[in-house]
Design a protein around this ligand. Sequence first.
Ligand code: NAD
Ligand code: TYD
Length: 350
Amino acid sequence: MKKIIITGGAGFIGSHVVRRFVKNYPDYTIINLDKLTYAGNLANLKDIEHSPNYRFVKGDIVDLEFINNLFEQEQPDAVIHLAAESHVDRSITNPLEFVMTNVVGTVNLLNAAKNIWKGQYDKKRFYHVSTDEVYGTLGDTDMFTEQTAYDPHSPYSASKASSDHFVRAYYDTYGLGTVISNCSNNYGSYHFPEKLIPLAINNIKQGKAVPVYGKGENVRDWLWVEDHARAIDVIFHKAAAGSTYNIGGHNEWKNIDLIKLLCSILDKKLGREAGESAKLITYVTDRAGHDLRYAIDAAKLKNELGWEPSITFEEGLEKTVDWYLTNEQWLNDVTSGHYQDYYNEQYTNR
Ligand code: NAD
Ligand code: TYD
């Protein structure tokens, strides 16, 4: 019997991780700890919200007293930490928020875990979910491995890099049972439509401009979110304390090629003439400090723990587009901001 606090479980990736653990491990108690920022949406977990092994707790990981009390009360055996400010563009306009949640929040959790586990780290686990963006940007052919030196450029990636360093410091200094994974760009259902893929799907569907930053030459390595959740499951259960794994899709796409592919998928699904949706592509001013290319070498994860992506990008993208076309209500609630009173209001006074 394990009790796991999963932070950020109402967000995009966190909701897939919570769902997977609640469904696959009925013996575990899963506590979803989330502040419900603009990115947190309990509608993402509607299908499992009444499961007997699931509980939601509204709270801010930056609030030290709250976190210490929660850990004292709940005595979790493990933490899977996904709560974060996650959007690069927002980090450019408000870096401090990223330092607070991503750095201070992470250190609060590490400290709370250390305080209750009191040096007995054998069967305990602190799993920190991070990004490949900590490694910086690549040339044309190289790839990020677990040995690549950190070289973050955006306030988002700098804050995530800092949090990774603190997690390693807690392993090196106190022996806390930490594990880190650094994953490439995710896509799939419940993705907040400020990020490229859901934003493009939504805008194409509505006949609105699809903004392409700069020349659209930047490359991202896309992974289906459910494959990421499965990788987290495998690493959580099998990795040695103190270890790090890269997770990626071996699936590099230039932004402009990806957007053109989405346009052609949506032309077919919406019964438009071929080339109709591509007319919405609009080149806009580039993002400041825009990293050119990310690509993950996930060989360590494959060789040591046997994980590989389960579906191709074409399959995953098709599923994703279908999900957004079918779940119009979710998308409308999110774009209107409605979801924040609708599903989350019952927790506003806690
Ligand atoms: P998201 O923005 O969709 O969700 C973040 C969640 O964290 C939200 O539910 C939000 O309410 C919660 N949260 C934010 N601040 C909080 C606070 N102070 N206290 C408690 N909860 C708070 O993010 P995501 O895309 O699901 O990313 C999840 C994690 O995975 C992040 O740590 C991110 O760095 C990492 N990651 C994301 C990607 C990606 O492609 N999205 C890739 C690799 C790694
Ligand atoms: P994003 O989804 O924000 O993820 P990240 O910045 O973490 O990689 O952006 C993915 C890529 O798409 C990135 O190179 C920036 C670019 N982009 C656009 O061209 N237009 C957009 O409207 C957005 C949101 C992103």
